[in-house]
Design a protein around this ligand. Structure first.
Ligand code: 5AD
Ligand code: SF4
Length: 477
């Protein structure tokens, strides 16, 4: 009666929230299964950033709701951004839902489930849908637990803040996640120390705009923003070998943060840096408060400090009013900056955003064509750049056995390239040197070297690449 399956849609913030729910439920005695068919309780953690993501979750919930008719004790919940975005209206099409849990209420899932199961055991009437969508002061502090069942997590996400105060015209996130609010530095550090004690070697700090972290709550110290102070504190945690974060915003990406790439060796030289458009006219229409010249100047400053930095970005094609000239500007900047990775999205109108009133005038076929042009650039570049890594030795953090192939293990380089190589379980959680033999656009393969990393590090680290579309979606903006 208490086997759970959680399906997560969307970004790393959602993955992290699902982990939190799993950790809380496991601590209360719930068990987890690998497939929804074996579960008594299915929770869908949803995404609203594009219509397609919502439609997928609605389709899945509809199919699962049919199962409820045959199995009255089966419990079905919808959590996260779509629950928050659509609210009780979801019940018009999905009246059989048991739980509707908002983005500030993940920590209350166990008590709702306990109560529901208790009522069902008592053979009482089927409880009515639990709708818990309110704002809750301090909810950013509730995403802090990690599920250690199944061994140490080599690489872990840490939510440092929630919400966003920007008003990008296309974006639903401020509505679904609320206003920006950070966790105290000490609480974050405690979580990171606990992770390190449990075997975690890499942390990725998550937030809608991480470089805005604590900007209103905590002071600058010696010209360093609260986010830079946080990076320094995480850097000092023994056992943590690598630090990443996602996503930063061009506004507030200042020299104090750029300098970190020169002085904090654990900070991986990989930056996900959302551009959204290469046209100043469209950036303005999107209410992104920077020019493309400013965006480029930040990248130049980063490359001045860390010439081998890997760059990733988000681009939206087909925003209302995007002309051929606007798109051509995007295409040119995209090629010029040489992103190692990119997430390219076709514009999807969202109710309640300021762009809603602009409609969706760019035809689907045009969006599709623009999307494809950028993807083609990316994959050509990815393959060529990954091929330049062949013959170099890369430092790899070993994560887990590869899905296919006997005795093959997988991990990532500092630049976030996935590497597959013959290894053993003993290596999981270690940083090992791997000589790269082969490259596709998305994956490198190689073999362990016994001699260490020193000999051939220079073999094109800055030119590594990866096909973007095989990677998980970026954090929310
Ligand atoms: N349509 C298409 N893409 C969007 N994104 C956010 N909102 C929309 C939308 N309405 C993209 C942005 C953001 C990423 C997570 O999703 O590029 O950075
Ligand atoms: Fe905030 Fe990012 Fe959405 Fe803009 S795109 S409103 S910065 S979450």
């Amino acid at each position: 009666m208490n086997r759970v399956y959680i399906k997560t849609y969307g970004c790393q913030m959602n993955e992290r929230d699902s982990e939190e729910v799993a950790a809380l439920l496991r601590a209360r005695g719930y068990a987890f299964v690998d497939h929804e068919d074996d579960a008594d309780i299915v929770l869908l953690n949803t995404c609203s950033v594009r219509d397609q993501a919502e439609q997928k979750a609605i389709g899945k919930a509809g199919r699962l709701a049919r199962r409820k008719r045959k199995e009255p004790n089966f419990i079905l919940g919808v959590m996260g951004c779509m629950a928050q975005n659509r609210g009780g209206a979801i019940l018009d099409s999905l009246p059989d839902l048991d739980l509707l849990i908002g983005t500030q209420k993940f920590h209350r899932v166990p008590e709702h489930l306990d109560a529901m199961i208790e009522t069902m055991r008592g053979q009482g009437p089927r409880p009515s849908t639990v709708i818990d969508l309110e704002e809750e002061a301090g909810s950013q502090n509730t995403i802090k637990g990690h599920d250690v069942e199944g061994g140490p997590k080599v690489s872990a996400f840490v939510s440092i803040m929630q919400g966003c105060n920007m008003k990008c015209a296309y974006c639903i996130v401020p509505k679904t996640r609320g206003a920006e609010r950070g966790r105290p530095i000490d609480a974050i550090i405690e979580e990171v120390e606990q992770l390190a004690a449990n075997g975690t070697r890499e942390v990725t700090l998550l937030g809608q705009i991480v470089n805005q972290y604590g900007i209103r709550e905590f002071p600058f110290v010696d010209g360093k923003s609260p986010f830079v102070q946080l990076l320094e504190r995480v850097h000092a945690v023994d056992g943590i070998e690598r630090i990443r974060f996602t996503s930063p915003h061009p506004v507030g990406f200042k020299q104090d943060l750029i300098d970190c790439y020169g002085r904090l060796p654990k900070l991986c030289e990989y930056v996900h840096f959302p551009m959204q458009s290469g046209s100043d006219r469209i950036l303005k229409a999107m209410r992104r408060p920077y020019s493309i010249a400013k965006f480029k100047s930040i990248i130049a400053a980063l490359r001045a400090v860390r010439p081998d930095v890997y760059l990733s970005t988000d681009v939206i094609v087909g925003f209302p009013g995007e002309t051929e000239e606007d798109f051509e500007a995007t295409r040119q900047v995209f090629c010029e900056l040489g992103f190692d990775m990119a997430f390219i999205f076709k514009y999807s109108p969202r109710l309640g955003t300021t762009a809603e009133e602009l409609g969706d005038p760019v035809p689907k076929a045009v969006k599709e064509a623009r999307n494809q042009i950028l993807l083609n650039h990316l994959s050509e570049r990815s393959l060529a750049r990954n091929q330049q890594l062949v013959g170099s030795v890369q430092e790899v953090l070993v994560e887990e056995p590869a899905r296919r192939g006997e005795n093959l293990y997988t991990g990532r380089t500092r630049g976030f390239r996935r590497v597959v190589f013959p290894g053993s379980a003993r290596l999981v959680g270690q940083l090992v040197p791997v000589l790269i033999h082969e490259a596709t656009a998305s994956t490198l393969s190689g073999e362990l070297v016994l001699g260490g990393l020193e000999e051939s590090e220079g073999g094109g680290v800055s030119d590594a690449a990866q096909a973007a579309q095989s990677a998980p979606a970026s954090a929310t903006h």
